[in-house]
Design a protein around this ligand. Structure first.
Ligand SMILES: [Zn+2]
Ligand SMILES: [Zn+2]
Length: 435
């Protein structure tokens, strides 16, 4: 018994030593992570154009002695870190792209970048916080590379382009990375990813098991009318008026035809264009937008009704219209067993009181493409300044996140990797998520 006691004390001592070594590494990395984040924030790049971002990431990984592959799915970077002992393979993913948004604040590292997007000159901003994801994962890579002796298996670092969607006509993002074999050689057993959240307090982690984020679809509506003088609408067919009726009609599909007690559904027209001057009723109008659903039956019904309604409304006013719907992203599905397996780790690093279960959200994530192939767990990291009760949402010019939230992301991904690799449990995707 005494011998066992001594052994237990010894093992406990080793564990404490290992943890204090990690704690020292975390302390050392925080300033660097913040510095990287600010650099990327000041130098954002649009989807599939993350050239300089990728270069800086690859340089950092190489400096750590990590095996690096570049140019995956255009600008993607993958690092492979082998531990001292053989074992499973865990992948960690960070997305790298920024958005066509003009930043509006007085931060010292505010972006003044501009770029061309769909033929227009636009401001570019990390308005979704992917700058924080890149910086966090670079930090995790550095900490883990200093702790190879604790790694039983392999860690694959996936820096992904174009999460927000590749420009029209281009492929990109997680789907293209999967297609190019990013989850193979070595074959990934599980994947983890996080998203900073501007409206979750720093220090908190939110998660959900199962369906977590919505499927996203893109729609395009083309309305054809008949051009006429603006002073004589009776001699033409007004596609702008028809567009207004269509927008109105589409919202009734959500409010009158969807069972909203089951799951949420959203139709948003994000862009409308028609006409050239004040006194001409134009020939045509175009709208593009997004659809969000969390249930496959609701998705099918909503799609069918949109196509029907767009065409019949246009006909009712003497015009014609078509609605084309394309898939953008599938449902982000967190493998329930993997979530259960990793929750103790998250609770340990964040504190049980700061680990909060949440409802599904209507935002979409192309992390879902990795999760269709291997079990995955995607969670939300607090980025709202301590003491604040509200903050600007993602994708807006005023969006901001607090750097003091980043270290928890580094800790969570580092320790989830170590705990997963050191555990004998390996949940598998026996049933692929529906859809
Ligand atoms: Zn995002
Ligand atoms: Zn986003």
């Amino acid at each position: 018994m005494r011998k066992l006691g001594i052994l237990a004390m010894l093992l406990c001592g080793i564990a404490i030593q290992a943890q204090s070594r990690l704690d020292k590494d975390y302390k050392d990395i925080e300033d660097k992570v913040i510095e990287w984040r600010r650099y990327f924030h000041e130098h954002p790049e649009l989807s599939n154009r993350e050239f300089k971002t990728a270069e800086k990431i690859a340089e950092h990984l190489k400096s750590l002695g990590i095996e690096v592959e570049t140019g995956i799915a255009h600008t993607g970077v993958v690092g492979i870190l082998k531990g001292k002992k053989p074992g499973k393979v865990v992948a960690l993913r960070a997305d790298m792209d920024a958005l066509p948004v003009t930043e509006r604040n007085d931060l010292p590292f505010k972006s003044n970048a501009t770029s061309e997007y769909m033929g227009e000159e636009v401001g570019v901003m990390h308005a979704c916080g992917h700058d924080t994801h890149v910086a966090i994962l670079m930090g995790v890579a550095e900490v883990l590379s200093k702790n190879k002796d604790k790694i039983k298996g392999t860690v694959k670092f996936i820096f992904q382009p174009a999460e927000e969607g590749a420009p029209p006509g281009e492929e990109g993002g997680a789907a293209l990375m999967v297609k190019e074999g990013v989850l193979k050689n070595p074959d990934v057993d599980a994947i983890f990813g996080l998203h900073i959240n501007s409206q979750t307090p720093v220090g908190m982690i939110r998660y959900k098991s199962g369906g977590t984020m919505a499927a996203a679809q893109v729609f395009e509506i083309k309305v054809k009318g008949k051009q006429s003088h603006g002073s004589q609408p009776w001699s033409g067919v007004d596609p702008i008026l028809i567009s207004a009726k269509i927008i109105d009609g589409l919202q009734t599909i959500v409010s009158r035809e969807m069972n909203l007690t089951n799951e949420a559904a959203v139709i948003t027209v994000g862009k409308i264009s028609a006409g050239v001057r004040s006194n001409i009723i134009p020939e045509s109008a175009e709208m593009i937008g997004t659809i969000r659903t969390l249930d496959y039956d609701m998705k099918d019904k909503l799609n069918k009704r949109m196509v029907e309604m767009v065409s019949t409304i246009a006909q009712a006013y003497g015009g014609e219209a078509t609605c084309t719907i394309t898939e953008a992203t599938d449902i982000t599905y967190n493998h329930p067993e993997l979530v259960e397996q990793m929750l103790p780790t998250i609770k340990r690093v964040a504190g049980a009181e700061n680990t909060v279960a949440q409802k599904a959200v209507t935002g979409a994530e192309d992390f879902s493409y990795f999760q269709r192939e291997v079990p995955g767990f995607f969670f939300f990291l607090g980025g709202m300044t301590p003491g604040n009760t509200e903050s600007y949402p993602h994708h807006t010019p005023d969006f901001r996140v607090d750097d003091s939230g980043l270290l928890l992301g580094v800790k969570a991904l580092t320790e989830m990797s170590l705990d997963y690799l050191n555990s004998n449990k390996t949940p598998r995707l026996d049933v692929k998520p529906k859809g």
